[in-house]
Ligand binder design. Structure first.
Ligand SMILES: [Zn+2]
Length: 557
């Protein structure tokens, strides 16, 4: 017997003091013991422990301080938590790791509030670029200056021959300069590809803005990074993640490069977060073969998940609705996938034992995807499909209960709502705001709801996501009581969505997402008790320590 049974069952109010006599006889010696904290194990509705003992990367025991002496041997290191708040390691259910990590090294446009400032920063970045390198990412936001799309003529004079392809923060539009269009062979006469738009002015001139599937015309011309360059950039991305209390990401890769990079880093023992890597859905047969040959990975890098798309984004007016956009009446958005092909891929992947998630934003996109998932579930005899919808951003009243009924996981991104809430009404009209980021409704209907950032679309910071979900205060300060306040949720619900629900969404609820004996020792020490502070202050809470597999991967102040 490794531990007493009562220690295994930490939780439900009782902390295990009374049982320690028996346990100490059987106890193993911990590598490290963390004591004097306020620990939320995930097993009750408030903080329910004080201390954690870890050994060999796993949790040996969780309980009150007095319990820990049983696990302390001569070589055990004791760490004082000084009353700080401890939560299970936070998992981000949706990142674009390559995009985000590259973005850390590129021009920062998220807060460039005028066309002049936007152009100035791109010009400055172009000056510092080595020969042949591109100015990329950026995360610009044209809503900051009233919604006029940028134009390559703003930046051509400042960037010269240096190619520029900077993306809107949602990743569904880029602005390319003339040098980039030239390298990519895109002219005013290039036809729009299926599922994409080459934005043109009234004279038919391509402005340099490319939407959705049209982005690939230019992005395909960017010279790929070397393997070593990718690894260095990923190490920067991992360091960034742990500094914000992220212990695992679900990486929504656009291709196989992310997974391959992580596997090389794993081989060199240089992983500093855990990763569940998704590869493109339309390539599911390749993944099925890959799994047959390589298995599904280990506790640091796993694969076997696939990501598809139904539509684009609200910010780029490419999310698929039933009715036209209020501020773009020529379009209701559109599917960027052929829905029959998509459903065939979901079916094939499900039958092959793989895990499927699909991006859907607009009302129609979510309805049609739920229909497709329902038909596939009727055909496939698996009770562990755990289909996910990424974003599930605008849901009809009929769609909301279907998540729970079908067992489809709503993979939602709360920071988007405090960002999009600044301008979504202009785009949708008041009536259509119902069902927008309906986090509370989907939870109350009993579905599995999980959270993430969609980094680099939003910051890779779970605390900002919790703040967003709990307060719904838009970033422009205009909704102090919350935007669509009926959809607010509690701190407890938000924490669960970042921990145990995400463990479930990645098939790891038996080893992660809670602080239980025998689970992997992933946890985060925060400066303040999230259950006790004013929710508005959550955005200022600091990450003091990020522990993964029992080891410190980040120490803050
Ligand atoms: Zn995304």
């Amino acid at each position: 017997m490794r531990f007493s049974k009562t220690i295994r069952r930490v939780g439900t109010a009782t902390i295990l003091a009374a049982t320690m006599g028996g346990a100490s006889l059987a106890a193993e010696v911990a590598d490290r013991v963390f004591t004097g904290g306020v620990v939320w194990t995930g097993n009750s509705d408030s903080a329910d422990a004080e201390a954690i003992a870890v050994k060999d990367g796993r949790i040996l025991a969780v309980g009150c301080d007095a319990d820990m002496s049983a696990f302390i041997g001569p070589d055990t290191v004791t760490i004082l938590l000084d009353g700080h708040f401890v939560v299970p390691g936070m998992i981000d259910n949706h990142v674009h790791f390559e995009m985000g990590s590259v973005g850390l090294t590129q021009v920062q446009l998220r807060d460039a509030a005028t066309p002049e400032e936007f152009s100035r920063r791109i010009g400055a970045a172009a000056k510092g670029m080595p020969e042949g390198a591109w100015v990329l990412e950026g995360s610009w936001d044209h809503e900051l200056w009233g919604g006029t799309l940028p134009d390559r003529k703003w930046i051509d004079g400042l960037t010269g021959d240096v190619p520029v392809a900077v993306s809107r923060l949602d990743g569904h539009m880029i602005l390319a300069n003339s040098a980039a269009l030239k390298l990519a062979g895109v002219t005013d006469d290039t036809p729009d590809p299926a599922g994409g738009v080459i934005v043109r002015d009234e004279d038919g001139r391509a402005t340099g803005v490319l939407k959705d599937n049209a982005m690939a015309l230019v992005v395909g011309a960017v010279p790929p990074l070397s393997d070593q360059g990718m690894e260095e950039i990923f190490k920067g991305g991992m360091a960034h993640a742990v500094s914000h209390g992220v212990t695992q990401v679900h990486d929504m890769g656009y291709d196989w490069r992310s997974l391959e990079t992580f596997r090389r880093l794993r081989e060199k023992d240089e992983m500093s977060i855990r990763v569940y890597a998704f590869t493109p859905l339309d390539d599911w047969e390749t993944l099925a073969d890959y799994v047959a040959e390589n298995g599904r990975g280990d506790e640091w890098i796993r694969w076997g998940g696939l990501k598809g798309f139904v539509d684009g984004s609200l910010g780029s007016t490419t999310a698929w609705f039933y009715e036209p956009y209020a501020d773009a009446p020529e379009t209701s958005g559109f599917p960027i996938a052929d829905m029959a092909v998509l459903e065939g891929d979901v079916l094939g992947a499900a039958e092959a034992g793989l895990h499927v998630t699909v991006h859907a934003i607009g009302y129609q996109a979510n309805d049609k995807l739920l229909d497709a998932f329902e038909r596939v579930q009727d055909k496939v005899a698996r009770d562990d499909l755990r289909f996910r919808i990424e974003h599930a951003q605008h849901l009809t009243a009929d769609a909301i209960p279907r998540f729970a009924e079908l067992g489809v996981i709503a993979s939602m991104h709360p920071y988007h709502l405090i960002d999009d809430g600044r301008w979504a009404e202009k785009r949708l009209g008041k009536e259509r705001l119902k069902g927008t980021y309906a986090i509370g409704s989907v939870m109350r209907a009993g579905a599995h709801v999980t959270f993430g950032s969609d980094w680099s679309v939003a910051p890779l910071e779970p605390l900002q996501g919790i703040y967003a979900a709990v307060t719904r205060r838009t970033t422009d300060g205009k909704n102090p009581q919350g935007w669509i306040p009926d959809e607010k949720i509690s701190v407890l619900e938000a924490l669960k969505a970042y921990t145990q629900e995400n463990a479930y969404a990645g098939y790891q609820e038996d080893k992660l997402g809670r602080l239980n004996a025998g689970y992997l020792a992933d946890f985060v020490v925060l400066s303040d008790n999230l259950f006790e502070i004013d929710p508005v202050a959550i955005k200022d809470v600091r990450v003091l320590r990020t522990v993964i597999g029992g080891e410190d991967h980040y120490l803050g102040k």
